[in-house]
Design a protein around this ligand. Structure first.
Ligand code: URA
Length: 284
């Protein structure tokens, strides 16, 4: 097998990338040194190509589980970038790619956040800006976060699907399922103490249930993102709470009181001070 200089250099780059991720060993020395001297160059390149394949497999397997910061020694922002790179800028894995989305909305916030909000999917503003919750519902989410005594930059915000469904329709099951492994990996990197599912789509997809919002709210669930393990190789665990989607609260502001109760429950779990009075409705 002969490889041109570009391919060799691409292979080397890839091997270095995996080496930096802590995946290895990169190749078997004995195999490389055992060939007849004449074949050495060819064998090295063969070995390199095989190693690249093996490493790609290993990385894929690892990706299915989790990129755990402690296991790899790589910082969480980089690990999130690896996930974003795996998705790619022009993901074609589901039909949303062909239904008018402008760009992928990966997620935003503190990679070390204790609190993660998960919505449904990007709307028009999010699709235009490439960031979750930046439209009217996002303004209200910002107010909810501020009412908890936090800044938006201190939490992590993502969605069940990363591409805008046409006309803001609810994402379909196959779209949610296709996107889910990437969201699970994000959760595996961030390792929040609490996830707040915003609205029925997020709640039902995360919890794999089909109950009403009324019955889902008001309590914590023990949540383990499928396929994600902690540093002891045990399923990663966190708490999950369900509350109303901010877009719903914009339509029915009377429910804000109930949402505030849900958020207070979360604040208590995170040891955040909980003021007795509900935040004022002004500007929200
Ligand atoms: N609604 C969502 O569910 N997610 C967003 O990012 C914006 C609006």
């Amino acid at each position: 097998m002969t490889l041109d200089a570009n391919t060799k250099s691409a292979l080397r780059e890839r091997l270095n990338f995996y080496r930096e991720l802590g995946v290895g060993p990169l190749y078997r020395r004995a195999a490389i040194n055992s060939g007849a001297p004449d074949d050495f160059g060819v064998e090295l390149v063969d070995e390199l190509a095989e190693a690249a394949d093996r490493l790609a497999d290993a990385a894929e397997r690892e990706a299915q589980e989790a990129y755990l910061p402690s296991a790899t020694g790589i910082d969480r922002a980089t690990l999130l970038q690896v996930i974003a790179d795996d998705i790619g800028p022009d993901c074609q894995r589901c039909k949303l790619a062909k239904l008018g989305r402008k760009q992928i909305v990966f997620g935003t916030g503190d990679p070390h956040a204790e609190l993660m909000f998960i919505g449904e999917g990007p709307g028009a503003d999010e699709d235009a800006q490439g960031l979750p919750f930046v439209g009217r519902a996002g303004q209200l989410l910002n107010n909810m976060i501020a009412a908890m005594g936090l800044k938006r930059e201190q939490v992590y915000i993502a969605n069940i699907v990363k591409c805008r469904p046409p006309g803001n329709r609810t994402p379909e099951r196959d779209e949610c399922e296709t996107c889910s492994p990437f969201l699970m990996r994000q959760i595996g990197v961030i390792r929040p103490k609490v996830i707040v599912a915003l609205g029925a789509t997020a709640a039902k997809n995360l919890l794999s249930v089909n109950d009403s919002m009324a019955s889902l709210r008001g309590r914590f669930y023990d949540y383990s993102p499928p396929g994600i393990v902690d540093e002891s190789d045990e399923p990663l665990q966190c708490k999950l709470a369900v509350t109303y989607h901010p877009a719903f609260l914009l339509r029915d502001p009377r429910q804000k009181k109930e949402a505030w109760r849900d958020l207070q429950m979360v604040m208590r779990h995170l040891n955040l001070p909980t003021p007795q009075r509900a935040p004022s409705d002004e500007g929200s």
